[in-house]
Design a protein around this ligand. Structure first.
Ligand SMILES: N[C@@H](CCC(=O)N[C@@H](CS)C(=O)NCC(=O)O)C(=O)O
Length: 324
């Protein structure tokens, strides 16, 4: 028999639980995801913005084995750099170090010390003492001057495409050709706001209105792209461009994490006739499957974004439809 005198009335338990959890959730979300006054997620700007180039005045000259990429396998932004490195055949010229999230501290950590650092914030501090921004992947690191050249994936992939051709296995592959630049830039902008960052705006929204707006914009762009892909193999032409690379890394994660964890659940990519075929097409390009790790994606998103999944349970599905 339950002793009724000793238990709290259910309505009080629910009220108290909700009050505590909602307040804690808001505090945690404000640390995880900066927001504006209507609850929309605002992504902080990257702070290291130098470039590699052959111009005489450039501090960072192209060279083989001088630069290193620091990446996390779950991260869609870092994934862009691995895809371009692979498509261009830069594996021998640019090395890669993989970090993993250290759950309780919410930071990226190395398996083995690198440059005397155990964590990514320590590496950022080595590059810029008293650095107070986010320590994000990807990082393009210069082994010669021991500093961060750039930590903005959108810029790193432009450099990998154009500046290292003399060391590349596929130097003639141009993912950002002059005649398509305007079109690629147009799509990059749109895809960044509504898809790449759009899924985060859904998942990190801190009001119903902010979530609905982001979700509608996301699916409106996906519908539009599905339509374009009914007559075109890739987004901007019949050859792969940087716009496809940038779209690919979000699509690859979509059904596994964004659909469930980030509530992007109007449709799955699998439900789109042309987008699903396009995802499979990109996945099958030589070297791309090797840059993809769905287990790391699921473990890191479901395991480390605590306020979105406090129980820490990692779903078993979905069954992957991708094959190479
Ligand atoms: N603008 C950056 C964003 C990179 C980014 O947000 N990376 C996430 C992982 S998916 C990160 O490292 N977050 C750690 C943090 O914010 O502390 C880029 O595109 O390079």
């Amino acid at each position: 028999m339950v002793d009724k005198r000793k238990s709290l009335p259910p309505s009080l338990t629910i009220k108290l639980g909700k009050w505590v959890w909602t307040n804690l959730w808001q505090i945690m979300m404000s640390r995880l995801a900066p927001r504006n006054n209507v609850g929309e997620y605002i992504r902080p700007a990257s702070q290291f913005r130098e470039t590699v180039g052959i111009e005489a005045e450039k501090k960072y000259q192209p060279a083989a084995q001088r630069y290193r990429l620091f990446v996390g396998l779950s991260c869609p932004w870092a994934h862009r750099t691995l895809v371009v490195r692979s498509l261009k055949g830069l594996e021998d010229a640019i090395s890669v170090s993989i970090l993993s999230p250290e759950g309780d501290r919410g930071i990226w950590a190395f398996e083995e010390e690198q440059e005397g650092c155990r964590t990514l914030p320590e590496l950022y501090n080595l590059a810029k003492p008293n650095y107070n921004g986010r320590a994000t992947v990807p990082v393009l690191w210069d082994e010669e001057t021991k500093t961060i050249v750039n930590n903005e994936s959108a810029e790193i992939i432009v450099m990998l495409n154009a500046e290292f051709n003399q060391f590349a296995q596929n130097p003639t592959l141009d993912l950002y050709p002059e005649q398509l630049k305007a079109k690629i830039d147009h799509w990059n902008q749109k895809i960044y706001h509504t898809v790449n960052n759009g899924v985060y705006c859904c998942g990190f929204a801190q009001s119903q209105e902010a979530y609905e707006k982001a979700c509608q914009e996301l699916f409106s762009t996906l519908d539009e792209i599905d339509n374009i892909l009914s007559t075109s193999r890739y987004l901007c032409s019949d050859t792969v461009t940087l716009a496809d690379v940038r779209l690919f890394t979000t699509l690859f994660r979509f059904d596994a994490v964004y659909y469930g964890l980030f509530k992007c659940n109007w449709r799955r990519i699998q439900d789109y006739k042309y987008l699903s075929a396009y995802l499979q097409d990109l996945y099958q390009l030589p070297g791309i499957a090797d840059t993809c790790n769905l287990e790391a994606v699921k473990t890191d998103y479901y395991g480390n974004l605590f306020p979105l999944n406090p129980g820490g349970i990692i779903p078993l599905g979905p069954l992957s439809t991708l094959s190479n």
